[in-house]
Ligand binder design. Structure first.
Ligand code: FAD
Length: 501
């Protein structure tokens, strides 16, 4: 069997090693950090994440979903905190059983690595930092604490995250390699709401909390120990930004103003703010994701996205399944397997990147608005009325395994149909109202007889205001049993079909 050298034992690296190990390949997994059970795992990254259908499916396929989800916390909706401290709960789906799940990054990472290590053909080497790969031979160069070593594989897979050394080697060596990285103007900082004195959660446990504040926001996900990890997404620079938080007073004043209900729950706010790093948010697009039968990229190394759809890890886990399927389809031709994997995943990764940026605007800006809540209600009503036919975008992305590109396309078509129909109904309504007014436009003040198909019982009417007057902006008429008030009429209207008594 072929030997794979995997660089990076993060979430996708551990899972991919488990998949490849199960298929019988020889796998050597090299990780720059120390053994996670020695405590060195997260390194400034999000402490918890949301796992949903795609990620869970990938864990199920390797038989570790129950183990991984044992301490996950279901979140069936968003809890919106407005500035006055008022709360609004918005379910993610019409089916209350559909949840995303808050899961600890460190525990999940350990679970996937342990699953890989259950295969005797998988070996994990911590404290090995990859410094580059010879792309033609599949030789990885590694640095340990004391010396430089190398690892020869039949193929090297870069599962080494957004700042991948394997991808960098491809970029340096392949002339036509396409690469694009774009950073948001926003960074993020993690803050903590500790458990209550009895170890309980001090806010609703089963929700993803959001404090949307137009150009920035804070979110909080529950942890099994009763705490919440809050993440503040905010501009790096600007008149009010991370850069202007010079003193503890600045931080206190800003936080009390924007998150008044959260601050009393955050006794370590000032320390957290001072000591926790401010992370950056990057989208990475590159192509191709493979080189001959020698190199391949998986997870963030191939397609880092901003975290606002909660899908980066879910997509990385989906990569593992697809690569495994492609290797199964072409057991004797690794290059074709890599090429097919790339073809199946690239457009979906690009679609997810766009969705993730779009969802940032939705979360920070729109979730607070009544229109947004009305749209969600409409989405859910349509989903309930047209089961299997109408699926809201969030549902398709989060609660199905429909390819991301297909979900995005389908949502566009649905939106065009729904909003097109609503527009049509509105136009018909306005036209009908104008017609109604126009049909009465010659009536003098007083009683008249009128044959009106929209109001067939209304054969007589009493006009209580002059009808035809181009300067008259508001007309009020009583037509039979119907009361009509039409504003904004600026032109006299003529309609030939009415008859006066
Ligand atoms: P990583 O998890 O980054 O793992 C890469 C591994 O490679 C690391 O262990 C690293 O130490 C190692 N490595 C790096 N360079 C080298 C080297 N040179 N040599 C050896 N080893 C190396 N996704 C979700 O699905 N849901 C969420 O809710 C969510 N929330 C997020 C919140 C934030 C704030 C952020 C930043 C991301 C979030 N994501 C979320 C995205 C998710 O974290 C990533 O998509 C996921 O971690 C990708 O997994 P990976 O294995 O590809 O990369």
């Amino acid at each position: 069997m072929a030997r794979f050298v995997l660089i990076g034992s993060g979430l996708a690296g551990g899972l991919l090693a488990a998949y490849l190990g199960r298929r019988g390949y020889e796998v050597d997994l090299y990780e720059r950090r120390a053994e996670p059970r020695e405590g060195n795992i997260v390194g400034g990254r999000s402490i918890n994440l949301a796992i949903s259908t795609r990620g869970i499916h990938a864990l199920e396929q390797i038989g570790i979903a129950d183990e991984a989800l044992r301490s996950a916390i279901p979140m069936p909706g968003r809890m919106i905190h407005d500035k006055s401290g008022a709360l609004h709960f918005a379910p993610y789906d019409v089916d209350p059983k559909k949840c995303i799940n808050s899961i600890g990054r460190a525990a999940l990472n350990s679970t996937v690595i342990e699953a890989a290590q259950r295969n005797s053909n998988v070996r994990v080497h911590f404290n090995h930092k990859c410094t580059g790969v010879d792309i033609d031979s599949g030789l990885a160069h590694l640095q340990t604490a004391n010396c430089a070593v190398s690892a020869q594989g039949d193929a090297v897979i870069g599962v080494d995250g957004a700042f991948s050394a394997v991808r960098k080697s491809m970029q340096n060596a392949i002339a036509e390699f396409q690469y694009d990285e774009s950073y948001l103007a926003h960074g993020y900082k993690e803050l903590t709401i500790p458990p209550g004195p009895d170890g309980s959660w001090r806010m609703e446990k089963n929700a993803l909390h959001i404090w949307p504040r137009k150009s920035f926001m804070m979110i909080a996900l529950p942890n099994p120990d009763g705490s919440f990890t809050c993440t503040l997404f905010w501009e790096f620079e600007g008149p009010r930004s991370f850069a202007t938080m010079k003193t503890d007073d600045d931080v206190r004043q800003f936080s009390e103003e924007e998150f008044p209900d959260a601050v009393p729950l955050m006794p370590t706010l000032l320390d957290d703010f001072r000591n926790n790093p401010t992370g950056s948010l990057v989208t990475i697009r590159c192509a191709p994701w493979f080189y001959r039968d020698k190199l391949c990229l998986v997870g963030d190394a191939a397609h880092a996205v901003v975290p606002f759809y909660g899908q980066g890890m879910n997509a990385a886990f989906e990569d593992c399944i697809v690569l495994d399927e492609c290797l199964e389809e072409f057991p004797e031709n690794r290059e074709r397997a890599f090429a097919k994997y790339f073809r199946r995943r690239k457009e979906n990764a690009d679609a997810l990147a766009a969705l993730a940026i779009g969802n940032f605007i939705e979360m920070r800006d729109k979730t607070a608005s009544k229109t947004f809540r009305a749209k969600k209600k409409l989405d859910h009503a349509l989903e309930a009325a047209l089961p299997g036919i109408y699926l809201p975008l969030y549902t398709m992305v989060t609660f199905t395994r429909m390819p991301y590109a297909k979900a995005a396309k389908r949502a566009q078509i649905q939106d065009a149909l729904v909003y097109g129909s609503l527009l049509l109904v509105a136009v018909i309504f306005v036209a009908a109202m104008l017609w109604l007014v126009a049909s009465c436009s010659h009536a003098p003040v007083g009683a008249f007889h009128h044959v009106n198909p929209l109001c067939p019982t209304a054969h007589s009417a009493v006009v209580t205001a002059p009808l035809v007057d181009s300067s008259n902006a508001r007309l009020s008429i009583t037509v039979g049993a119907c009361n009509c008030s039409i504003a904004g009429l600026t032109k006299p209207l003529l309609w030939p079909t009415h008859t006066f008594q």
